[in-house]
Design a protein around this ligand. Sequence first.
Ligand SMILES: Cc1c2[nH]c(c1CCC(=O)O)Cc1[nH]c(c(CCC(=O)O)c1C)Cc1[nH]c(c(CCC(=O)O)c1C)Cc1[nH]c(c(C)c1CCC(=O)O)C2
Length: 377
Amino acid sequence: MPGEDPSSTQLNFDTTSFPELQNDLYLRAARGEKTERAPVWCMRQAGRYLPEFRAIRVEHDFFRVCRTPALATEVTIQPLRRYAGLLDAAIIFSDILVVPQAMGMQVEMVPGKGPHFPEPLRDPQDMSRLVDLEEGFSVDKELDYVYRAITNTRHALQGQVPLLGFAGAPWTLMAYMIEGGGSKTFALAKTWLFKHPEAAHELLTRIADVVAAYLVGQIRAGAQALQLFESWAGELGPADFARFSLPYLSRIAAFVKQQAPEVPLTVFAKGAHYALEQLAVSPFDVISLDWTIDPRDARRRVDEACAGLSKKVVLQGNLDPTLLFGSPDVIRSRTEEMCRAFGPAHIANLGHGMMPTHDPEHLRVFLESVHSASKKS
Ligand SMILES: Cc1c2[nH]c(c1CCC(=O)O)Cc1[nH]c(c(CCC(=O)O)c1C)Cc1[nH]c(c(CCC(=O)O)c1C)Cc1[nH]c(c(C)c1CCC(=O)O)C2
């Protein structure tokens, strides 16, 4: 019903039929089709920069919101309501750290500090604390609450825009599980890579298998496209990215593609511009870029890497999120410049997530600029 508050509808976990999609711009672009304008959405578009999100967080713990389908749905839809007609995708409200939780680790979200693991993995023997896929651990059972949030959100969206699912990539999750939180040097996680490489590969494989099953479960629940976040890719150099990240990204993407070839897959390997060519020929459809790479260079490099293949890689990104601290005029001109530099086969986004101190009205300027920039070109 137009104008109706979508979150006020009753919970609905029926995965057999969903409302018809009205805006498929994102899906067409992600599949490499020519579109009338670049679709736009933002990483962390649901988050603390929105007063309506903070109002929910005053009442509910972060992971409580993730685990309660009505709340996850409400928070996912908040930015769509505020920026009516301007966003071309919704991303399910959750976190990459629900996977370590499902594998048996405790994770808390400490206000003002971020994620905290009270008992991180300190040495390879600690892997015995993780639950094992082979010993009856069921990804689908542990993460059913995310699936329910996805299904319910698909209904509540009423087909306005597609719903994206996501997961963290193995190296990024491993880094959190060992460091116990964010880190400046990643010394503990990298110690595993270089002192205990076999254990590191075992852990990465275990995480990859859970993530692959989890992503397929998200598709079954109603996710229409998926993004894998390798947020700490840039902490690895090219050789170690090729050893410890890329094989696991590819393993996950190949598994998901085998199960659901029609669902677009995006990889965001933050800081890994050195690996663009390898990512271009991997099974991903879309490469999400941070702001440290020039869009024209990226386009040329992925096209060269794919020459002779039947593949056309779509690029997503990549405005520096701190540009939203600039004036509306600056946001406008830099966004238009970015859209021109990418050309077609582009999904507009920021180069990383929204920040709690961003002004919501400045995000509106960004979204409107993408709409008008594409009309001009
Ligand atoms: C590394 C990472 C995490 N989580 C995520 C990543 C990968 C993307 C990236 O590189 O930023 C992914 C994520 N986290 C969240 C989403 C929701 C969907 C969306 O993009 O709108 C997504 C896609 C919500 C969230 N996840 C988190 C928040 C804020 C916490 C709160 O509400 O208290 C939100 C809205 C918490 C979180 N979760 C994580 C961190 C580092 C933090 C703390 C950040 C901070 O304090 O600003 C781990």
